[in-house]
Design a protein around this ligand. Structure first.
Ligand SMILES: [Zn+2]
Length: 429
């Protein structure tokens, strides 16, 4: 089990391979950290400095999660900005974009400022995403420009799909020149209906209402058409299907300003997970077939999908103990994101550094963020991971306030060994 402590004033990370995703270059060497900034080795007093042995490890830029639900304000019993940040740090993340479907939703500049102020002393940088519509009711546009000025990095009604195409169209027009993406949870509410899993032979056999891939694909298609017309920036979250991936591929080729993300659970799990009615495997969009899973992987490998995001969605034990029909959608994902994605994508032929790119440059590109150069004088924003280490995920590895995940007991290759965030060190060495 790891620990989260304040960052030692002087620290040497030695024996690892340094990989800077900004330059794409790797080299053997050590890194020195002094007062939270990268330092020249001669500025460190070896007798006073703490040491991290990074033998067999890659030392690289901290990860960026562009899609997480931290539940504050409103459902602090599930997660807070503080507990979510600990889970993020343990997962190798140093920056997290939080979705606005809190209670109340982040649908105005006050909500955005609340998150920014509450996050000042946290170990990871929090970037709020503003709601597209007032109250996230899907009817009336929220104050997008004011939220952007207050610090919103994107807009989304995530949690709820935006059904009204005209509202989405106006959002794309209004934000066209800001350079920030509109993110719409792509599931047609009518096609999804009461679906609790993928609609397939398996859902028929289990007697459970299903949500067809067309629920996702038809809405992705609509959103892409509208983005093309408005010349706005659309970001497709959690692509789960072969059809959805193919649509993104086609519209990217047409020059539409589209980016997309995939989650570790859609990369690593299929609808079979729900065979025993495990509510922890109930997510939206749902886990799908093996063919869909392979298509999403292929989309990441060929660059159709830009990055990996967690869609970390904490829920209480009581909520997830309800039956499969009533239990809420979602699973936590920060602590397992790298292990799962790395395991799957290595098998698909990517190098470890390419997987790191999906968590760093890929995610930063979607949100228009700059990475921190790995050079003396810059903030130390680092993750130290062992790409070869096999490990089994247990409850001890959970830092989130919630523990709704179907991945307990699963084994992964690639483990986070330490993360250096803002003045905090996660260490599992
Ligand atoms: Zn969503």
């Amino acid at each position: 089990m790891g620990t989260i402590t304040s960052l030692p004033r002087e620290l040497i990370i030695e024996g690892g391979t340094l990989y800077d995703p900004l330059t794409g270059k790797s080299r053997q060497g050590s890194l020195a950290v002094k007062s939270g900034k990268l330092a020249a080795p001669e500025d460190i007093r070896p007798d006073k400095a703490a040491t991290i042995d990074a033998k067999d490890c890659l030392v690289t830029h901290g990860f960026i999660d562009i899609h997480a639900h931290f539940r504050e304000p409103g459902r602090e019993d599930k997660e807070t900005l503080a507990t979510g940040s600990r889970a993020a740090l343990a997962g190798g993340f140093t920056r997290v974009c939080v979705m606005p479907n809190t209670n109340p939703p982040l649908d105005g500049p006050e909500g955005i400022r609340f998150i920014v102020e509450r996050s000042e002393d946290l170990p990871v940088d929090i970037y709020p995403i503003g709601a597209i519509t007032k109250g996230q009711y899907g009817k009336e546009l929220a104050e997008l420009l004011e939220m952007h000025a207050a610090g919103a990095v994107a807009f989304s009604d995530d949690g709820e799909p935006l059904q009204d195409g005209q509202v989405l169209r106006w959002a794309l027009y209004y934000t066209r020149d800001l350079g920030v993406p509109i993110i719409n949870h792509a599931e047609d509410a009518f096609l999804r209906g009461e679906g609790v899993m993928n609609e397939s032979a398996l859902s028929t056999r289990l007697g459970l209402p299903g949500s067809p891939v067309q629920a996702e694909a038809s809405m992705i298609y609509r959103d892409l058409l509208l983005a093309e017309e408005a010349e706005g920036r659309i970001h497709i979250p959690h692509v789960s299907s072969e059809l959805g991936t193919e649509l993104v591929r086609q519209f990217k080729a047409r020059g539409v300003r589209v980016t997309a993300e995939a989650t570790p659970h859609h990369l690593g799990l299929t609808e079979e997970m729900i065979s025993d009615f495990d509510t922890h495997a109930k997510v939206a969009p749902p886990l799908r077939t093996e063919a869909d899973r392979q298509a999403v992987i292929a989309g990441l490998v060929d660059g159709t999908i830009d990055c990996i995001s967690t869609d970390h969605a904490p829920h209480t034990v009581e909520e997830k103990e309800q039956d499969i029909i009533r239990a809420p959608f979602g699973m936590i994902g920060l602590e397992t994101a790298f292990g799962m994605a790395h395991t799957v994508l290595r098998k698909a032929g990517l190098r470890s550094t390419q997987v790191i790119d999906l968590f760093t440059t890929g995610a930063a590109g979607v949100m228009g963020m700059e990475l921190t150069p790995m050079e003396p004088g810059q903030n130390a924003e680092l993750v130290i991971l062992n790409p070869k280490e096999e490990w089994t995920f247990t409850r001890e590895d959970i830092y989130s306030r919630s523990r709704n995940t179907p991945m307990l007991g699963m084994s992964f290759t690639g483990r986070i060994r330490a993360t250096i965030g803002r003045n905090r060190l996660f260490s599992n060495i």
